[in-house]
Design a protein around this ligand. Sequence first.
Ligand code: GDG
Length: 487
Amino acid sequence: MTIDLVAAEKQVADLIIASHRGPFVQHSEDGWRRRVNGVFGAMEPVMRVTGGTWVCWGLREDEEPLSERHRAVFVDDDEKFRVHEVLLTKSEAKEFYEGFTTESLWPILFCFPSRLQFMPGLWDTYRMVNERFAQAIARLAAPRATVWVQDFHLMLLPAMLRKLRPDLKLGFFLHTAFPPPDVFGILPWREALLDGVLGCDLVGFHIPLYATNFARSCGRFLGARPHWKRSNLESHALSPTLVCDSLAYGSRTVQLLALGIGASREDIEHLALDEATQSYAADLKARMGVEHLLLSAERLDYVKGPVERVKSMEVLFDRHPEWIGRVSLLQVAVPSREGVPEFERLKDQMHQAVGELNSRLGSPTWQPIVNLSKTLPLQELVGLYLAADVCLVTPLRDGMNLVAKEYVLCRNDGLVVLSEFAGAAFDLPGAILVNPFSPEHVAEGIHAALEMKPKERKRRFRAMHRVSRSRDLTWWRKAFMEQMAAI
Ligand code: GDG
């Protein structure tokens, strides 16, 4: 993969994807790495297929005269797509990302209002960044182009863009959860945020509950009129009784869509079939020297419940000491939002909890938890998927969770112990659902997975595998784009 700077002024695009950051991080003069994150990891394979321009922010060096930068991304000498960076100064980026979106929006969207921090001045920065994206896209988009906005960092962008370019077709996908109106309503900017998203023609969510919560907020705070239908969904912690597929707002109708994102099947399956990955996995399994290897892999984030998971492991070993010395958890904690004090504290809490458990129960030859606080190359991660008998996916809340789907995709058998508050719980029949707020419940879920008879294990795996294969990233992209095209 190579990435070259190109002149910006000549570009027009029929398809634009906007997300707050781009898919790559520069780590040397001309070396680039993929950014580890569910959204960018998913949208990059999408753009490799569709082409077009990805608009995101980039860091503006001190004194740099440019306000925007344009790059072309090549794979095997083929230009795949363009990346257009709206440049922010360090302090703008800090206020926008670490400040407003991390401290104010993130905790509310995931239903953690007690973690909310109000920093009123930062709302102006959030508006300013959204406005700069709108100006850039208004210049880049070809007549009647399609613009697909990703995630909560750009909630104001659709309405701003509609004002500047009413000819564009606008879609939005929210990758996080969406809370009930009582929680969303805590945000003093709730009306502006909802009005911003309703600038779109189509708004997508992972599961019907998030769409329902969004529609109820739009009804309550903006007077929009949702079109309700009684749901025929199976009973589940995430199943609403009513679902909404459109909202009347002023003179317009906005379509809502519940469409759970899938994993990039080709990329994952390709790596899983590679002999080097397979021998890495076999070697790892042998070195770990346990009967059953458990795996968790995620960005280090309180919504993923890393400290709660360590507690669950402790309860597992205390309640079922027969697993001591026979089971280990390999835990990958990818650094995330480094420098944000709350996330730094979380890292310390997690390390302390792992250290205490390991020193209490571990031995010179066995550790209950092996923690890797780093980003692994994707091939190594797939190697871990292949080596693990059970995948632990226990977020306190998650929009979807792609790790669960990737794990299933690269294997022929295996079990997922899955939080009932992850969107994936809605999509993965066959997973062992647990309540991540209860260490006892999670511990019993893990125990059940470890004890499960092969026939039941197979039945559950097949159910998960069928869905993960058929509803992969390509399926998701096509379904969203088809619905956009039909508008
Ligand atoms: C948001 C929502 C929603 C993980 N460790 C490593 C690594 N990963 C990759 C996995 C996976 C991705 O990161 C994480 O996926 P999640 O789904 O957990 O994503 P979030 O970052 O929380 O993102 C989430 C998602 O958006 C998509 O809509 O599912 O609910 O929060 O793809 O493979 N990749 C590499 N090394 C690692 O160590 N290379």
